[in-house]
Design a protein around this ligand. Structure first.
Ligand code: F0G
Length: 469
């Protein structure tokens, strides 16, 4: 693929301050060629028309017939200007909603008016991945790629499959672990015509393989190692700020799996502060599932920090060695974040540093109870997304988040992505409950809305409706 200089002001830069090597955006790279660290997309902002105020973005609202003004990603083009605006790829992503969630606030221990839910499940493929896919596709198009691949716990693959199906620009090749993908997500990949490679193993195995295959066959990789994807994922933060009248909240709470979103949010907020577009950076809370809590272990138990770009690599390597030796595998009902080796670990450590961040982990029980509370409000989310709400409850309990602080929980995926978990929780069927949830250590369905079983008899039915309504 092309090696010519594609942009005068955008480039890829190694995130290690000690290395800082730069590469043209025409190169397809997953890591720094000099030191192996992750890469950022970086800009020479002083050569670009940066908005003077975030309010300038409001003018795009009046031009909704223009697909790039309609897109919740590309209407912020000037904050991710690696490609010409008119060469960007859009399928209408980013039409998402921030909702004040007073019905969930008491559950997590916040005062009314302090909790907001950002519904990224409203994206075309039903998850936040579309924000990043629009940007990765734009980069892939610049490079003339023909095939794109990813390893996935389901949402990245659904998004990739959708973008390939709609745009016809590339062939989708997805790698999934066996039995590790929620049915709604697998259904999408199959229906949208992606080449679906199901390998024996889990996400971490699939991730290792897809990197090898992409390298060997010259296939464009859209996992969040791809720094262009994370440029698109920055835009969730812009939309949150937009919905709050450009006034930053106190906290952004996000589930952590491969740690792409948290890394992208940190970069978005840091850049806005550097560009003097916000006065204050919200704090970031990243929430792991207890069964997949590498970040929480490294940060909270082992004290690993970004440390000015020199995190304790020895300690991290030791942690992974022990994990391998004990054959510890990630296991959580929140299958989207069932990941033990997050590829964006160091970037996330940097985001935690920039945003005075914290990490916590929550049990599957807490995740499902929180999910049920979100669902009562009408939009719903998949289990991994509810980790943000369960994590907020935990951080309020620990006194880290104050009861009167303004908190935005990012709900990353749609409720219908994983119907089995939802039905098992609410069902009266003990067998399904124990089969789907019991093996994950979930003992109760605290907020179950059970079906009322009645004989097919009008009088009995009327009696039941009277009794329960
Ligand atoms: N929530 C949902 C619904 C997800 O699908 C994912 C990741 C995450 C949270 C975690 O985000 O990786 O940026 O920390 N899903 C990936 C996938 C891994 O393959 O779909 P992250």
């Amino acid at each position: 693929m092309g090696r010519s200089q594609l942009s005068d002001w955008a480039f890829q830069r190694c995130i290690s301050p000690r290395c800082g090597a730069t590469f043209d955006i025409g190169e397809t790279l997953s890591s720094c060629l000099r030191c192996g660290e992750l890469l950022d997309v970086d800009y020479q902002w002083d050569r670009l028309p940066v908005p003077k105020s975030l309010r300038e973005f409001e003018s795009a609202w009046a031009r909704r017939h223009d697909p790039f003004a309609f897109s919740g990603v590309w209407r912020f083009h000037s904050l991710l200007p690696f490609a010409p605006r008119e060469q960007s790829v859009t399928i209408g992503e980013g039409q998402t909603l921030l909702q004040r969630a007073d019905w969930v606030a008491p559950y997590v221990g916040l005062e009314p008016g302090r909790l907001f839910l950002q519904y990224e499940g409203m994206n075309p493929s039903g998850s936040f991945k579309d924000n990043g896919m629009a940007a990765a596709f734009t980069h892939a198009r610049l490079l003339g790629a023909q095939r794109a691949a990813c390893a996935s716990t389901g949402n990245t693959s659904a998004s990739l499959a959708l973008y390939c199906a709609v745009t016809r620009l590339m062939r989708a090749i997805i790698f999934v672990g066996s039995g590790k993908i929620a049915s709604g997500k697998l259904a999408q990949a199959l229906e949208f015509g992606a080449l679906t490679i199901q390998i024996q193993g889990d996400f971490d195995d699939a991730m290792a393989r897809v990197k090898e295959v992409a390298k060997q066959l010259g296939i464009y990789l859209v996992n969040s190692l791809n720094p262009f994807r994370l440029e698109g994922q920055k835009t969730t933060m812009y939309r949150v700020l937009e919905a709050l009248g450009w006034e930053p909240p106190d906290w952004i709470v996000v589930p952590g799996g491969n740690l792409g979103n948290s890394s992208a949010f940190g970069k978005a907020l840091w850049e806005l502060k550097q560009l003097d577009l916000i006065k204050r950076i919200p704090r970031l809370a990243v929430v792991n599932a207890s069964g997949a809590n590498t970040l929480s272990q490294l940060v909270n138990t082992l004290g690993v920090r970004w440390n000015a770009g020199e995190p304790d690599r020895h300690l991290i390597a030791e942690y992974f060695r022990a994990m391998e030796a004990e054959n510890r595998r990630a296991s959580t009902i929140a299958s989207a974040i069932e990941i033990n080796r997050p590829v964006n670990l160091t970037k996330c450590l940097r985001a935690l540093e920039w945003c005075e961040g914290v990490v916590c982990d929550v049990s599957d029980q807490d995740i499902l109870d929180a999910k049920a509370q979100v669902g009562i409000g009408g939009f719903g989310c998949e289990p991994a997304s509810a980790a943000s709400v369960a994590g907020t409850k935990e951080l309020v309990r620990q006194g880290i988040i104050g009861k009167d602080e303004r908190v935005v929980c990012v709900l990353t995926g749609h409720q219908l992505k994983d119907p089995n978990a939802t039905v098992a929780y609410h069902t009266t069927d003990k067998e399904l409950f124990s089969k789907v949830l019991g093996c994950r250590g979930v003992r109760r369905a605290t907020f179950a809305n059970r079906a009322v079983v009645v004989p097919n008899d009008l009088e009995e039915i009327i009696k039941a409706v009277r009794l329960y309504s």
